[in-house]
Design a protein around this ligand. Structure first.
Ligand SMILES: *Cc1c(COP(=O)(O)O)cnc(C)c1O
Length: 240
């Protein structure tokens, strides 16, 4: 089996090719290494392979890993990318550098209120439900502009851009559509006076499509660490 370092090298190659096809400089796309379900030692291996940005979906799991990797805390960024409930905002505001999954004004207000004064502003992306799936979290494109304006005005946050998790699609063309739609929304917000620089879109299966449509940050887990155990397998493993 390939090592984490080999997988990262291969992934960096994929990102480089996609940038070339999009006529974009390689450094215009940031890699966020998604570490959910994988142990702190795997995160350390990715760090030793040169990666400095890590994304977690579950608050407690993220906090535990941040603690286990306290010795490298000053050299890495921790990004919260999973659904966030209001009773968890305080620990997130205290421990993370970014939150990509803000989809309600109330969550943003709490994060701003709870961000410790000695830390730089928390970096924020608003999550948009770009495929219009009823089950997925995220703001609708219609409600986005008003909320973006309010979030941008909060004192201890810095609104950086938009995030989406499009519905899986098989062809490159089909994958590009929702990414293009998200890029347009960002453009509109900037035309309306905001100064946003981050399009958080693209995962293991669709990062080429995302880069072609202007992604500035791709969030990649399984292409680096291998398949995550399915929830069913996880439940069986922890059953008494
Ligand atoms: C798990 C996850 C990813 C990474 O997905 P892979 O397919 O493993 O690359 C990216 N973004 C979010 C929000 C995730 O939950």
């Amino acid at each position: 089996m390939a090592t984490i370092s080999e997988n990262i090298q291969q992934l960096r190659g994929r990102m480089g090719l996609a940038c070339e096809q999009a006529s974009r400089p390689v450094h215009s796309v940031t890699l966020l290494v998604v570490t959910k379900t994988f142990p702190a030692e795997d995160v350390r291996a990715a760090f030793q392979a040169g990666e400095h940005r890590f994304g977690e979906n579950y608050v407690q799991e993220g906090i535990d890993k941040i603690a286990a990797l306290a010795d490298i805390r000053a050299q890495v960024e921790w990004h919260m990318i999973g659904p966030l409930q209001s009773n968890k905002t305080r620990v997130v505001a205290e421990h993370f550098d970014w939150v990509h999954s803000v989809d309600r004004l109330k969550i943003a207000q709490r994060l701003s209120d709870q961000r410790p004064a000695h830390l730089p502003p928390l970096q924020i992306c608003l999550q948009v439900n770009i495929s219009g799936e009823t089950s997925k979290s995220g703001l609708t494109p219609e409600e986005l502009p008003a909320i973006a304006r309010e979030v941008a005005a909060l004192p201890h946050l810095q609104l950086r851009g938009l995030m989406a998790i499009p519905e899986p699609a098989d062809t490159l063309d089909a994958q590009r559509q929702p990414h293009r739609a998200l890029a347009r929304l960002l453009q509109q917000l900037n035309q309306d006076g905001l100064a946003l620089d981050t399009l958080s879109m693209g995962m293991s299966a669709d990062l080429e499509a995302a880069i072609l449509e202007g992604a500035t940050l791709v969030r990649v887990g399984s292409a680096i660490f291998g398949q995550r155990p399915s929830s069913a397998a996880q439940a069986a493993a922890t059953a008494p």
